[in-house]
Design a protein around this ligand. Structure first.
Ligand SMILES: [Zn+2]
Length: 275
């Protein structure tokens, strides 16, 4: 491993852009990214870490192909896990409930968040290829259903969200460039929705949905959060709106987003509450 190429930095390089030319330690890599110094890359509109505005809007948003995927896939997931185990114990390897043969149509979705102050707005999202700003799916309406929810946050909370972005930026770059698969993106674990949840947490927005079971043909049963879970949670908020529709939106009260209490049957609505 080589040394960071930032002037007079003695740290080891952990992230790079453009092969061996631009190698940096994590903090210097992040500095370059925030300051728009990677030619040909997308960047935030400015170094938001340095921004001093007192009031910010944190928008959490998600888009899904099939809005009721969670409900539709519950039988499939149960069939693949619990019922299969029960049948095996009972020595029954054959019978399956035909109602649950089919995997639901499409569980594709994507979650991201936006930071806005004045006229400056930036969207952030993570993909297998890394953290993106602007998020390429944030402005694409095709074939999806989407919802967003605004929260007013202060500078201190904005700073914490920026720290989170920096942390994930570095971690994903290390994961992508080192080939260390325990770091960076994991569809069934460290995914786009987990990133949005983490941003909510550092901004003091309580999102109670814990990691929920999700079935993957490659990894089997795993626990994660998905765009469909976030979509279902947002759909219970009277402050939720379609992010592609023009017009102003009322921010939700700071606090509880939603409670997802029974992953097999339904979502529960709990009013947003001040804390
Ligand atoms: Zn350095």
């Amino acid at each position: 491993m080589s040394q960071c190429t930032y002037p007079s930095c003695t740290q080891l390089a952990v992230a790079y852009k453009q092969a061996s030319v631009l190698q940096y330690c994590g903090p210097h890599y992040a500095d370059r990214w925030w300051n728009r110094q990677f030619p040909g890359q997308t960047h935030p509109s400015s170094d938001l870490r340095q921004a001093v505005a007192a009031e910010w809007t944190l928008t959490i948003a998600t888009k899904v192909e099939q809005w009721d995927f969670e409900k539709e896939s519950a039988g499939f997931t149960l069939e693949k896990t619990v019922r299969a185990g029960v049948r095996k114990v009972a020595g029954d390897y054959v019978s399956r409930d035909p109602q649950y043969f089919q995997r639901p149509i499409n569980g594709f979705g994507h979650s991201y968040f936006k930071l806005k102050s004045g006229d400056e707005e930036n969207s952030f999202g993570v993909y297998a290829a890394g953290l993106r700003c602007p998020d390429p799916l944030a402005t694409k309406p095709e074939g999806t259903t989407q919802l967003a929810l605004d929260y007013k946050i202060n500078k201190n909370q904005k700073d914490k969200v920026c720290q989170l972005i920096t942390k994930w930026l570095i971690e994903f770059e290390i994961g992508a460039t080192s080939g260390d698969r325990s770091r960076g993106y994991d569809l069934m674990g460290t995914n786009c929705t987990v990133f949005v949840k983490a941003a909510c947490e550092v901004a003091d927005i309580w999102w109670m949905a814990s990691r929920l079971p999700a079935y993957s043909s490659s990894k089997g049963l795993n626990f994660t959060q998905t765009p469909n879970m976030l979509y279902a949670a947002l759909s219970y908020s009277s402050y939720a709106y379609d992010p592609l529709m023009p017009g102003g939106h009322t921010a939700a009260p700071q606090g509880l987003l939603a409670v997802y209490y029974n992953w097999l049957t339904s979502w529960s609505k709990t009013p947003a509450a001040k804390h």
